[in-house]
Design a protein around this ligand. Structure first.
Ligand code: HEM
Length: 342
């Protein structure tokens, strides 16, 4: 048989894979689904870029053109929107799966941190994309959200300038957000995802505990590819159904100067908006989010330092890490629900 040159695909899909590692009920395919969603976002984003005009005067009208005039523009835009929301959900669930199965333990701590960087990247990508809509629904993000950056100790003003393109929201803001969205976030995320996936195999494949005798049955690559293809088809069908049934929001144009009235945070930052009602902005918008990230980052280093017990859902050794993570997620969901009820 002719030997194949090693490539990235074969690195991720060796000829045989431990059966347990490939079992859908172990990972729920959430990492792979996140990769697929990123690809959908990259393709639809590229198509949108041909028509989107990143200036305060033209951003909103260009989205109207995409939605109502460009052939299938509505479908491409809706797929991009729903793909982005699904990505936040898939990545958050993937993180929970990793924590609950103890997959962050040695030798996977670094890949866990790469994953955390990707989580931040996914949230910022969604946030910057949300602002690009430039309609009245994005006023909170544009004014309140960006002002939170100013609260960052020491570097707040410089950071705000780098993100917004001046000392307040103005003519340069749209192109800045556009540049961040594509060059500052999507392109680095592409390479980071490649590294993350590469490291999964470098770290010995997906974490799994060997059966009693130290053996595990193996399945051929083709079986994994079949499962992955099926998962991609199902995700694509769901995204298409959502895109046909529920169009991406497009309100009324937000003119300069943008005011924060009647504004709402994007759904994944509603918990920040809830906190802002009762505590100072520096805590709600900077210190608490950074603190939560730090706690998650400490999971493999301080909260659960034991190397054993990998690859069991709800493994006993990881109870502390699981409890901390659940409390955090429950807190964020409760705050979000409170804010929705306001
Ligand atoms: C853009 C976001 C992300 C993408 C595309 C992604 C992709 C993947 C893929 C394809 C896998 C292998 C299959 C699987 O486990 O389902 C994986 C595994 C892994 N991911 Fe992610 N991931 C992302 C975010 C995260 C986050 C937020 C974390 C945790 C903080 C994380 C930590 C890990 C770890 C530790 C593994 C190894 C799991 C194991 O060995 O069982 N990833 N990721």
């Amino acid at each position: 048989m002719p030997s194949r040159r090693p490539n990235f695909f074969y690195h991720l899909h060796p000829p045989t894979i431990p059966e347990r590692e490939a079992r859908f009920r172990y990972t729920f395919g959430l990492g792979g689904i996140s990769v697929f969603l990123f690809l959908v976002l990259a393709v639809t984003g590229l198509l949108l870029a041909f028509f989107y005009i990143p200036t305060p005067d033209n951003a909103f009208p260009s989205l109207q053109v995409i939605t109502f005039q460009v052939p299938f523009g509505w479908l491409v835009r809706n797929l991009h929107y729903w793909g982005a929301q699904a990505m936040v959900v898939a990545v958050a669930l993937h993180l929970l799966r990793v924590v609950f199965t103890g997959a962050y333990k040695p030798p996977r701590q670094i890949n866990y941190l790469i994953g955390l960087a990707l989580l931040v990247g996914v949230l910022l990508l969604n946030f910057t994309g949300y602002v690009l809509r430039w309609d009245d629904g994005t006023r909170w993000a544009l004014v309140v959200g960006t002002n939170l950056v100013k609260e960052t100790p020491f570097v707040g003003a410089a950071l705000y300038d780098a993100i917004v393109g001046g000392t307040s929201v103005g003519p340069a803001t749209t192109i800045r957000f556009y540049a961040w969205h594509i060059l500052g976030l999507a392109v680095p995320a592409f390479f980071l995802i490649g590294w993350h996936a590469f490291k999964v195999r470098r770290d010995g494949g997906i974490s799994h505990r060997l059966r009693d005798g130290g053996h595990d049955s193996r399945i051929p690559r083709a079986q994994l590819v079949r499962t992955e293809t099926l998962a991609m088809l199902i995700v694509m069908a769901a995204l298409t159904a959502l895109s046909v049934l529920a169009p991406a929001p497009l309100g009324a144009r937000a003119d300069l100067p943008v005011r924060p009235d009647k504004a709402q945070a994007p759904w994944f930052f509603l918990w920040v908006q809830a906190l802002l009602r009762s505590i100072p902005a520096v805590w709600a918008g900077v210190l608490i989010p950074l603190g939560l990230l730090l706690v998650l980052g400490l999971v493999p280093y301080a909260i659960d330092r034991q190397a054993g017990g990998v690859a069991e859902w709800f493994n006993r050794e990881g109870r502390a890490a699981q409890t901390v993570t659940v409390l955090m997620f429950v807190g964020l969901v409760v705050l979000t629900l409170i804010e929705i009820g306001q």
